[in-house]
Write a protein that binds this ligand. Sequence first.
Ligand code: GLA
Length: 411
Amino acid sequence: MKKIFLLIICLYAINASAQKQEGLALTPPMGWNSWNKFACNVDENLIRQTADAMVASGMRDAGYQYIVIDDCWHGERDSLGFIHPDPQRFPSGIKALADYVHSKGLKFGIYSDAGWKTCGGRPGSRGREYQDAQTYANWGVDYLKYDWCNTEGLKAEGAYLTMRDALSAAGRPIVFSICEWGDNKPWEWARNVGHLWRTTGDIYACWDCEYNHGTWSSWGVLRILDKQDGLRQYAGPGHWNDPDMMEVGNGMTVNEDRAHFAMWCMLAAPLMAGNDLVNMKKETLEILTNKEAIAINQDPLGVQGLRYSAKDSLEVWFKPLADGDWAVCFLNRSNTAQPINFDWKNHTISDTVANRELNFTKDSFMLRNVWARKEMGNTQKILRATVPAHDVLMLRLTSANSRPKKKISKS
Ligand code: GLA
Protein backbone atom coordinates (compact mmCIF):
# COMPACT_ATOMS: atom_id res chain seq x y z
CA MET A 1 0.00 0.00 0.00
CA LYS A 2 2.80 2.35 1.03
CA LYS A 3 4.63 1.52 -2.23
CA ILE A 4 1.56 2.30 -4.33
CA PHE A 5 1.17 5.59 -2.49
CA LEU A 6 4.81 6.50 -3.19
CA LEU A 7 4.39 5.53 -6.85
CA ILE A 8 1.35 7.80 -7.16
CA ILE A 9 3.29 10.68 -5.58
CA CYS A 10 6.22 10.07 -7.98
CA LEU A 11 3.96 9.93 -11.03
CA TYR A 12 2.22 13.08 -9.91
CA ALA A 13 5.56 14.87 -9.42
CA ILE A 14 6.80 13.85 -12.89
CA ASN A 15 3.54 14.88 -14.46
CA ALA A 16 3.44 18.15 -12.55
CA SER A 17 6.81 19.20 -13.96
CA ALA A 18 5.85 18.08 -17.47
CA GLN A 19 3.53 20.98 -18.19
CA LYS A 20 3.72 24.05 -20.29
CA GLN A 21 4.31 27.08 -18.10
CA GLU A 22 0.90 28.69 -17.93
CA GLY A 23 0.06 32.35 -17.42
CA LEU A 24 2.81 33.59 -19.77
CA ALA A 25 2.13 35.52 -22.98
CA LEU A 26 -1.57 36.07 -22.28
CA THR A 27 -1.30 38.77 -24.94
CA PRO A 28 1.09 38.46 -27.91
CA PRO A 29 4.71 38.91 -26.73
CA MET A 30 6.30 42.26 -27.62
CA GLY A 31 10.00 42.92 -27.88
CA TRP A 32 13.02 43.01 -30.18
CA ASN A 33 15.05 40.27 -31.81
CA SER A 34 18.52 40.69 -33.33
CA TRP A 35 18.19 38.44 -36.38
CA ASN A 36 16.37 40.41 -39.09
CA LYS A 37 18.81 43.31 -39.00
CA PHE A 38 22.03 41.97 -37.50
CA ALA A 39 22.04 38.23 -38.32
CA CYS A 40 25.29 36.85 -36.80
CA ASN A 41 26.74 40.29 -36.02
CA VAL A 42 25.69 40.26 -32.39
CA ASP A 43 27.70 41.19 -29.31
CA GLU A 44 27.05 42.42 -25.80
CA ASN A 45 27.42 46.10 -26.73
CA LEU A 46 24.68 45.82 -29.32
CA ILE A 47 22.36 44.18 -26.80
CA ARG A 48 23.09 46.76 -24.10
CA GLN A 49 22.65 49.67 -26.51
CA THR A 50 19.43 48.16 -27.82
CA ALA A 51 18.08 47.84 -24.29
CA ASP A 52 19.02 51.48 -23.64
CA ALA A 53 17.34 52.56 -26.89
CA MET A 54 14.22 50.59 -26.11
CA VAL A 55 13.81 52.61 -22.94
CA ALA A 56 14.94 56.02 -24.29
CA SER A 57 12.76 55.76 -27.42
CA GLY A 58 9.62 55.08 -25.40
CA MET A 59 9.23 51.59 -26.82
CA ARG A 60 9.35 50.00 -23.38
CA ASP A 61 6.58 52.30 -22.21
CA ALA A 62 4.58 51.41 -25.32
CA GLY A 63 4.67 47.74 -24.23
CA TYR A 64 7.85 46.21 -25.71
CA GLN A 65 9.42 43.91 -23.14
CA TYR A 66 11.75 41.24 -24.47
CA ILE A 67 15.27 41.79 -25.80
CA VAL A 68 16.11 38.54 -27.60
CA ILE A 69 19.55 37.56 -28.94
CA ASP A 70 19.00 35.25 -31.88
CA ASP A 71 21.59 32.92 -33.41
CA CYS A 72 25.38 33.18 -33.07
CA TRP A 73 25.82 34.22 -29.44
CA HIS A 74 27.30 30.79 -28.73
CA GLY A 75 30.85 29.76 -28.06
CA GLU A 76 31.71 26.15 -27.22
CA ARG A 77 30.54 23.57 -24.72
CA ASP A 78 33.02 22.85 -21.91
CA SER A 79 34.21 19.38 -20.88
CA LEU A 80 31.05 18.89 -18.81
CA GLY A 81 28.83 19.92 -21.69
CA PHE A 82 27.84 23.36 -20.41
CA ILE A 83 27.34 25.94 -23.15
CA HIS A 84 29.29 29.22 -22.99
CA PRO A 85 28.87 32.39 -25.04
CA ASP A 86 31.40 33.47 -27.65
CA PRO A 87 34.15 34.93 -25.40
CA GLN A 88 35.12 37.66 -27.88
CA ARG A 89 31.61 38.91 -28.48
CA PHE A 90 30.22 38.38 -24.97
CA PRO A 91 33.25 38.78 -22.66
CA SER A 92 31.11 39.72 -19.63
CA GLY A 93 28.98 36.59 -19.96
CA ILE A 94 25.27 36.15 -20.50
CA LYS A 95 24.27 36.44 -16.84
CA ALA A 96 25.72 39.96 -16.63
CA LEU A 97 23.94 40.87 -19.85
CA ALA A 98 20.61 39.54 -18.62
CA ASP A 99 21.11 41.46 -15.37
CA TYR A 100 21.69 44.63 -17.38
CA VAL A 101 18.55 44.10 -19.46
CA HIS A 102 16.56 43.42 -16.29
CA SER A 103 17.95 46.57 -14.67
CA LYS A 104 16.25 48.51 -17.48
CA GLY A 105 12.87 47.05 -16.60
CA LEU A 106 13.00 44.68 -19.59
CA LYS A 107 13.12 40.91 -20.06
CA PHE A 108 15.83 38.87 -21.70
CA GLY A 109 15.59 36.18 -24.37
CA ILE A 110 17.94 33.79 -26.06
CA TYR A 111 18.00 31.35 -28.99
CA SER A 112 18.80 27.69 -29.45
CA ASP A 113 17.93 24.85 -31.78
CA ALA A 114 16.45 21.37 -31.36
CA GLY A 115 19.15 19.85 -33.58
CA TRP A 116 22.88 19.20 -33.23
CA LYS A 117 23.64 22.64 -34.59
CA THR A 118 21.78 25.92 -34.96
CA CYS A 119 20.96 27.29 -38.40
CA GLY A 120 24.12 29.42 -38.08
CA GLY A 121 26.20 26.32 -37.29
CA ARG A 122 26.59 26.94 -33.53
CA PRO A 123 26.07 24.18 -30.92
CA GLY A 124 22.41 23.09 -30.76
CA SER A 125 20.61 21.67 -27.73
CA ARG A 126 20.01 18.11 -28.96
CA GLY A 127 20.79 15.72 -26.09
CA ARG A 128 21.52 18.69 -23.81
CA GLU A 129 18.00 20.02 -23.38
CA TYR A 130 17.75 19.81 -19.58
CA GLN A 131 21.29 21.06 -19.10
CA ASP A 132 20.75 24.03 -21.41
CA ALA A 133 17.36 24.89 -19.91
CA GLN A 134 18.96 24.92 -16.45
CA THR A 135 21.81 27.10 -17.74
CA TYR A 136 19.36 29.57 -19.27
CA ALA A 137 17.35 29.68 -16.03
CA ASN A 138 20.56 30.32 -14.04
CA TRP A 139 21.46 33.16 -16.40
CA GLY A 140 18.04 34.78 -15.92
CA VAL A 141 16.61 34.03 -19.35
CA ASP A 142 12.88 34.88 -19.74
CA TYR A 143 12.26 33.79 -23.36
CA LEU A 144 13.65 31.00 -25.54
CA LYS A 145 13.34 30.89 -29.31
CA TYR A 146 13.96 27.29 -30.35
CA ASP A 147 14.82 26.65 -33.99
CA TRP A 148 14.63 23.55 -36.20
CA CYS A 149 17.82 23.27 -38.28
CA ASN A 150 19.92 20.08 -38.34
CA THR A 151 17.22 17.94 -36.74
CA GLU A 152 17.65 14.79 -38.85
CA GLY A 153 15.69 11.87 -37.35
CA LEU A 154 13.76 14.02 -34.86
CA LYS A 155 10.01 14.52 -34.78
CA ALA A 156 9.02 18.10 -34.12
CA GLU A 157 6.29 17.52 -31.53
CA GLY A 158 8.49 15.24 -29.42
CA ALA A 159 11.55 17.46 -29.69
CA TYR A 160 9.62 20.56 -28.63
CA LEU A 161 7.93 18.63 -25.81
CA THR A 162 11.34 17.66 -24.47
CA MET A 163 12.45 21.28 -24.31
CA ARG A 164 9.11 22.36 -22.88
CA ASP A 165 9.56 19.89 -20.03
CA ALA A 166 13.20 20.90 -19.58
CA LEU A 167 12.14 24.56 -19.22
CA SER A 168 9.42 23.63 -16.73
CA ALA A 169 11.89 21.56 -14.72
CA ALA A 170 14.38 24.46 -14.67
CA GLY A 171 11.87 26.31 -12.54
CA ARG A 172 11.98 29.81 -14.07
CA PRO A 173 9.11 31.28 -16.08
CA ILE A 174 10.38 31.22 -19.69
CA VAL A 175 8.26 32.00 -22.73
CA PHE A 176 8.78 29.18 -25.24
CA SER A 177 8.86 30.32 -28.87
CA ILE A 178 8.62 27.42 -31.32
CA CYS A 179 10.37 28.03 -34.64
CA GLU A 180 9.92 25.14 -37.06
CA TRP A 181 8.52 27.35 -39.83
CA GLY A 182 5.08 25.71 -39.84
CA ASP A 183 6.52 22.59 -41.51
CA ASN A 184 4.84 20.20 -39.06
CA LYS A 185 1.62 22.15 -38.50
CA PRO A 186 2.48 23.21 -34.93
CA TRP A 187 -0.92 24.92 -34.60
CA GLU A 188 -2.38 21.39 -34.39
CA TRP A 189 -0.18 20.20 -31.48
CA ALA A 190 1.67 23.09 -29.89
CA ARG A 191 -1.09 24.73 -27.86
CA ASN A 192 0.14 22.92 -24.75
CA VAL A 193 3.79 22.97 -25.79
CA GLY A 194 4.78 26.56 -26.55
CA HIS A 195 3.47 30.09 -26.17
CA LEU A 196 3.93 30.95 -29.86
CA TRP A 197 4.86 29.08 -32.98
CA ARG A 198 6.15 30.26 -36.32
CA THR A 199 3.65 29.55 -39.07
CA THR A 200 5.95 30.16 -42.05
CA GLY A 201 9.51 30.34 -43.34
CA ASP A 202 11.52 33.49 -42.76
CA ILE A 203 10.24 36.96 -43.51
CA TYR A 204 12.11 39.30 -45.88
CA ALA A 205 11.95 43.11 -45.99
CA CYS A 206 9.87 43.47 -49.15
CA TRP A 207 6.20 43.97 -49.86
CA ASP A 208 5.41 41.01 -52.10
CA CYS A 209 8.43 38.94 -53.11
CA GLU A 210 10.03 35.56 -52.73
CA TYR A 211 13.76 35.56 -52.06
CA ASN A 212 15.08 32.18 -53.17
CA HIS A 213 18.14 31.03 -51.23
CA GLY A 214 18.46 27.80 -53.19
CA THR A 215 17.13 25.15 -50.81
CA TRP A 216 14.71 27.53 -49.08
CA SER A 217 13.00 30.87 -49.58
CA SER A 218 12.18 33.87 -47.46
CA TRP A 219 9.04 35.84 -48.04
CA GLY A 220 7.71 39.37 -48.31
CA VAL A 221 4.98 40.74 -46.05
CA LEU A 222 2.02 39.86 -48.31
CA ARG A 223 3.32 36.33 -48.92
CA ILE A 224 3.59 35.75 -45.18
CA LEU A 225 0.16 37.27 -44.63
CA ASP A 226 -1.45 34.91 -47.15
CA LYS A 227 0.09 31.90 -45.42
CA GLN A 228 -1.97 32.69 -42.28
CA ASP A 229 -5.20 31.60 -43.99
CA GLY A 230 -7.12 29.01 -41.99
CA LEU A 231 -5.04 29.37 -38.82
CA ARG A 232 -6.95 31.89 -36.77
CA GLN A 233 -8.91 29.37 -34.75
CA TYR A 234 -5.69 28.00 -33.28
CA ALA A 235 -4.52 31.25 -31.66
CA GLY A 236 -5.53 32.66 -28.30
CA PRO A 237 -4.17 33.90 -24.98
CA GLY A 238 -0.96 31.99 -24.18
CA HIS A 239 -0.70 30.32 -27.62
CA TRP A 240 -0.15 32.49 -30.67
CA ASN A 241 0.42 32.04 -34.38
CA ASP A 242 3.74 33.75 -35.15
CA PRO A 243 4.07 35.12 -38.71
CA ASP A 244 7.71 36.04 -37.88
CA MET A 245 9.51 39.01 -36.45
CA MET A 246 8.89 42.40 -38.00
CA GLU A 247 10.78 44.10 -40.80
CA VAL A 248 9.50 47.59 -39.93
CA GLY A 249 12.42 50.01 -40.43
CA ASN A 250 14.46 47.56 -42.51
CA GLY A 251 14.08 49.10 -45.95
CA MET A 252 10.43 49.11 -47.05
CA THR A 253 8.58 52.39 -47.61
CA VAL A 254 6.79 54.10 -44.75
CA ASN A 255 3.43 53.06 -46.24
CA GLU A 256 4.55 49.43 -46.45
CA ASP A 257 5.96 49.50 -42.93
CA ARG A 258 2.69 50.93 -41.63
CA ALA A 259 0.64 48.29 -43.44
CA HIS A 260 2.96 45.52 -42.22
CA PHE A 261 2.64 46.70 -38.62
CA ALA A 262 -1.12 47.18 -38.92
CA MET A 263 -1.61 43.67 -40.28
CA TRP A 264 0.54 42.13 -37.54
CA CYS A 265 -1.72 43.95 -35.07
CA MET A 266 -4.83 42.60 -36.82
CA LEU A 267 -3.35 39.08 -36.71
CA ALA A 268 -2.70 39.27 -32.95
CA ALA A 269 0.86 38.42 -33.95
CA PRO A 270 3.81 38.67 -31.58
CA LEU A 271 5.29 42.14 -32.10
CA MET A 272 9.02 41.55 -32.19
CA ALA A 273 10.78 44.54 -33.73
CA GLY A 274 13.62 43.45 -36.01
CA ASN A 275 15.30 46.77 -36.82
CA ASP A 276 18.19 48.81 -35.47
CA LEU A 277 16.68 50.60 -32.47
CA VAL A 278 19.76 52.73 -31.89
CA ASN A 279 19.67 54.33 -35.35
CA MET A 280 15.97 54.43 -36.06
CA LYS A 281 14.09 56.98 -38.17
CA LYS A 282 11.34 59.01 -36.54
CA GLU A 283 8.77 57.45 -38.91
CA THR A 284 9.82 53.95 -37.88
CA LEU A 285 9.48 54.77 -34.20
CA GLU A 286 6.08 56.35 -34.78
CA ILE A 287 4.84 53.19 -36.42
CA LEU A 288 6.25 50.88 -33.77
CA THR A 289 4.83 52.93 -30.90
CA ASN A 290 1.34 53.72 -32.19
CA LYS A 291 -0.50 52.98 -28.98
CA GLU A 292 -3.92 52.60 -30.59
CA ALA A 293 -2.61 49.98 -33.03
CA ILE A 294 -0.78 48.22 -30.21
CA ALA A 295 -3.97 48.18 -28.13
CA ILE A 296 -5.66 46.29 -30.98
CA ASN A 297 -2.82 43.75 -31.03
CA GLN A 298 -2.76 43.44 -27.24
CA ASP A 299 -6.52 43.31 -26.79
CA PRO A 300 -7.25 40.89 -23.93
CA LEU A 301 -9.85 38.95 -25.93
CA GLY A 302 -6.89 37.58 -27.92
CA VAL A 303 -8.75 36.76 -31.13
CA GLN A 304 -6.86 36.81 -34.43
CA GLY A 305 -8.45 38.96 -37.12
CA LEU A 306 -10.35 37.58 -40.09
CA ARG A 307 -10.13 38.45 -43.77
CA TYR A 308 -13.75 39.39 -44.51
CA SER A 309 -13.41 40.30 -48.18
CA ALA A 310 -10.85 40.67 -50.95
CA LYS A 311 -11.67 42.45 -54.19
CA ASP A 312 -9.44 44.24 -56.68
CA SER A 313 -6.48 44.02 -54.31
CA LEU A 314 -8.44 45.74 -51.56
CA GLU A 315 -8.99 43.57 -48.51
CA VAL A 316 -11.19 44.21 -45.52
CA TRP A 317 -10.19 42.64 -42.21
CA PHE A 318 -12.14 42.54 -38.94
CA LYS A 319 -10.89 41.74 -35.44
CA PRO A 320 -13.27 41.47 -32.52
CA LEU A 321 -12.08 43.20 -29.36
CA ALA A 322 -13.00 43.06 -25.71
CA ASP A 323 -15.99 45.12 -24.55
CA GLY A 324 -17.81 44.77 -27.87
CA ASP A 325 -15.40 46.91 -29.92
CA TRP A 326 -14.02 45.85 -33.31
CA ALA A 327 -10.93 46.75 -35.31
CA VAL A 328 -11.33 47.09 -39.07
CA CYS A 329 -8.48 47.33 -41.53
CA PHE A 330 -8.71 48.14 -45.24
CA LEU A 331 -5.52 46.83 -46.86
CA ASN A 332 -4.54 48.10 -50.30
CA ARG A 333 -2.20 45.50 -51.79
CA SER A 334 -1.97 47.22 -55.17
CA ASN A 335 0.47 49.72 -56.66
CA THR A 336 -2.13 52.47 -57.00
CA ALA A 337 -4.31 54.34 -54.54
CA GLN A 338 -7.78 52.82 -54.10
CA PRO A 339 -11.08 54.42 -53.17
CA ILE A 340 -13.22 52.98 -50.41
CA ASN A 341 -17.00 53.19 -50.54
CA PHE A 342 -18.08 51.00 -47.71
CA ASP A 343 -21.74 50.98 -46.81
CA TRP A 344 -21.65 49.34 -43.40
CA LYS A 345 -25.34 48.43 -43.50
CA ASN A 346 -24.74 46.07 -46.42
CA HIS A 347 -22.35 43.94 -44.38
CA THR A 348 -22.84 41.40 -41.63
CA ILE A 349 -19.75 39.82 -40.14
CA SER A 350 -20.13 36.42 -38.49
CA ASP A 351 -17.09 35.45 -36.49
CA THR A 352 -17.43 31.77 -35.67
CA VAL A 353 -14.15 31.72 -33.72
CA ALA A 354 -15.11 34.50 -31.30
CA ASN A 355 -18.77 33.57 -31.64
CA ARG A 356 -19.75 37.15 -32.37
CA GLU A 357 -21.83 38.79 -35.02
CA LEU A 358 -21.58 42.30 -36.32
CA ASN A 359 -24.74 43.61 -37.90
CA PHE A 360 -24.68 47.29 -38.76
CA THR A 361 -28.41 47.50 -39.32
CA LYS A 362 -28.84 46.64 -35.63
CA ASP A 363 -25.80 48.23 -34.00
CA SER A 364 -24.16 51.56 -34.52
CA PHE A 365 -20.47 52.24 -33.98
CA MET A 366 -18.28 55.32 -33.72
CA LEU A 367 -15.20 55.24 -35.99
CA ARG A 368 -11.72 56.16 -34.85
CA ASN A 369 -8.89 56.36 -37.40
CA VAL A 370 -5.96 54.67 -35.66
CA TRP A 371 -3.17 56.19 -37.78
CA ALA A 372 -4.60 59.69 -38.28
CA ARG A 373 -5.66 59.57 -34.63
CA LYS A 374 -9.00 61.21 -35.24
CA GLU A 375 -12.71 60.42 -35.17
CA MET A 376 -14.28 59.57 -38.53
CA GLY A 377 -18.02 59.66 -37.92
CA ASN A 378 -20.06 56.52 -37.46
CA THR A 379 -21.35 53.43 -39.23
CA GLN A 380 -24.67 55.07 -40.11
CA LYS A 381 -22.97 56.78 -43.03
CA ILE A 382 -21.15 55.25 -46.00
CA LEU A 383 -17.41 55.32 -45.40
CA ARG A 384 -15.66 57.17 -48.23
CA ALA A 385 -11.89 57.41 -48.19
CA THR A 386 -8.79 56.67 -50.26
CA VAL A 387 -6.09 54.22 -49.25
CA PRO A 388 -2.65 54.93 -50.75
CA ALA A 389 -0.80 52.13 -52.54
CA HIS A 390 0.65 49.47 -50.20
CA ASP A 391 -1.04 51.04 -47.20
CA VAL A 392 -3.96 50.65 -44.83
CA LEU A 393 -6.89 52.48 -43.35
CA MET A 394 -7.23 51.11 -39.85
CA LEU A 395 -10.22 51.91 -37.67
CA ARG A 396 -11.42 51.12 -34.21
CA LEU A 397 -15.17 50.72 -33.95
CA THR A 398 -16.62 51.56 -30.58
CA SER A 399 -20.17 50.61 -29.93
CA ALA A 400 -22.31 53.66 -29.39
CA ASN A 401 -24.05 51.62 -26.67
CA SER A 402 -20.83 50.75 -24.80
CA ARG A 403 -19.82 54.40 -24.43
CA PRO A 404 -20.11 55.72 -20.87
CA LYS A 405 -23.35 57.65 -20.63
CA LYS A 406 -23.02 61.36 -20.03
CA LYS A 407 -24.22 62.36 -16.61
CA ILE A 408 -27.27 64.60 -16.76
CA SER A 409 -26.49 67.54 -14.53
CA LYS A 410 -29.30 68.95 -12.46
CA SER A 411 -29.72 72.64 -13.09
C1 GLA B 1 16.11 30.40 -38.97
C2 GLA B 1 14.99 31.16 -38.29
C3 GLA B 1 15.34 32.64 -38.26
C4 GLA B 1 16.66 32.84 -37.52
C5 GLA B 1 17.76 32.03 -38.18
C6 GLA B 1 19.04 32.02 -37.37
O1 GLA B 1 16.19 30.73 -40.33
O2 GLA B 1 13.79 30.94 -38.92
O3 GLA B 1 14.31 33.39 -37.65
O4 GLA B 1 16.49 32.48 -36.18
O5 GLA B 1 17.36 30.65 -38.34
O6 GLA B 1 20.06 31.28 -37.94
